[in-house]
Design a protein around this ligand. Structure first.
Ligand code: SF4
Ligand code: SF4
Length: 354
């Protein structure tokens, strides 16, 4: 995929699924989507399915959580997991979708474009089923032009900063290749903010200006780097860095209209969930790895992520929504937790991948 350093935030499309802040203002937020998702939870299902569709990736990005040794726990490293190809992959994914009936599917990797032949068959079928699909890529390979016709497909490309830094970290998915491969498409760009990106003054502003001018880009997303327990890395943000990032993004979102970061989500970066149990995103997303059987826990990051330093954009957006009160009375997070408990008591359990 390109999941950058913890940029699984873009595995889920808040706009499509009605979780963007534009939908939280007054009556404009999409209650029906929340109800559909809540209904799935009540039935013991997780409304979002995230699939690492391949273990392969031609990139070696520093800080990539997918290829950390602990990503899949006892199942071993992702690169050693068996993965499916051809008809087995297409039917395997469709079987998962039929079994779990998600509202939304995120396709990530590895780099999912390495399976473009299978995806040329699979994506139209998912579209025919009415499933919203978020596809996250490094754009290291061309994005098939036929995908432009798929109404339920939402593309996101991961970019790690401006060209010099990005090209150093993400070759061979360089700026030159990305710009060539996204030409004619409409998609979102996603950047995970690491410590390095906060150091040069005006860096994020320059990034926002560059991508705002590209006609292919619909929205610009920013996540914060999410570390694993015990991690000491150049990417990890300090508490002061997080405050600085939120202040900077609050300023930039007012200036660059393509930045899609609800103020509530931004504030949630400073108050993330304390644990996976408190994380609506983790509780409502079933994450499956490349053999289509191994579950990734506790969330898409796998391993042992530091929830209190979570920078996942979608998790933050859902925290903001969870704190929102329906009709000014009941918090959305309480509705989800009630539905989940009720589903469990009814003995309905669709939570295992295999
Ligand atoms: S492009 Fe590949 S190496 Fe880079 S972050 Fe994504 S999965 Fe990891
Ligand atoms: S809060 Fe924790 S469980 Fe939720 S997405 Fe972030 S790291 Fe994962």
């Amino acid at each position: 995929m390109h999941r950058g350093m913890g940029d699984a935030a873009c595995e889920f499309n808040p706009e499509v699924d009605g979780f963007g802040d534009q939908k939280m203002k007054g009556r404009s937020w999409d209650l029906s989507v929340l109800i559909r998702a809540g209904r799935a939870v009540l039935l013991g299902r997780q409304p979002v399915l995230s699939i690492e569709i391949t273990r392969e990736c031609p990139l070696r990005c520093p800080g990539c959580y997918a290829f950390e040794p602990g990503h899949l726990g006892k199942a071993g490293p992702l690169r050693q997991l068996s993965d499916l190809q051809g008809e087995a992959l297409v039917s395997g994914v469709l079987e998962l979708v039929n079994r779990f009936r998600p509202v939304h599917v995120s396709i990530v990797g590895g780099e999912p474009l390495v399976r473009y032949r299978e995806l040329n068959i699979l994506l139209p079928q998912l579209s025919g089923l009415g499933v919203e699909v978020q596809f996250v890529t490094s754009a290291v390979l061309p994005i098939p032009t036929s995908w432009r016709e798929l109404p339920n497909l939402h593309l996101a490309v991961s970019v790690d900063g401006l060209q010099p830094e990005h090209d150093r970290r993400r070759a061979p998915a360089t700026y030159e290749r990305i710009l060539k491969h996204i030409a004619g498409h409409r998609l979102n760009v996603h950047c995970t903010i690491t410590r390095q990106l906060l150091k040069p003054p005006g860096y994020l502003e320059e990034f926002a200006a560059f991508w705002s001018e590209r006609e292919e880009i619909r929205k610009i997303w920013f996540s914060l780097y999410t570390p694993q327990e015990g991690e000491r890395s150049e990417e990890r943000l300090t508490p002061q860095d997080r405050v600085k990032a939120v202040e900077e993004l609050s300023r930039l979102r007012a200036r660059f209209k393509k930045i899609d970061l609800p103020q509530g989500a931004l504030e949630s970066y400073l108050r993330p969930p304390a644990s996976p149990e408190e994380c609506i995103f983790a509780q409502t997303t079933l994450c499956v790895s490349a053999d289509l059987a191994t579950r990734i826990t506790p969330c898409q990051f796998g391993g042992n992520p530091v929830c209190t330093e979570c920078g996942c954009m979608v998790s933050a957006g859902l925290v903001a929504i969870g704190r929102h009160k329906v009709a000014g009375l009941i918090r959305v997070s309480d509705i989800y937790s009630f539905s989940r408990r009720l589903g469990e008591q009814l003995g309905v359990d669709g939570r295992t991948a295999a």
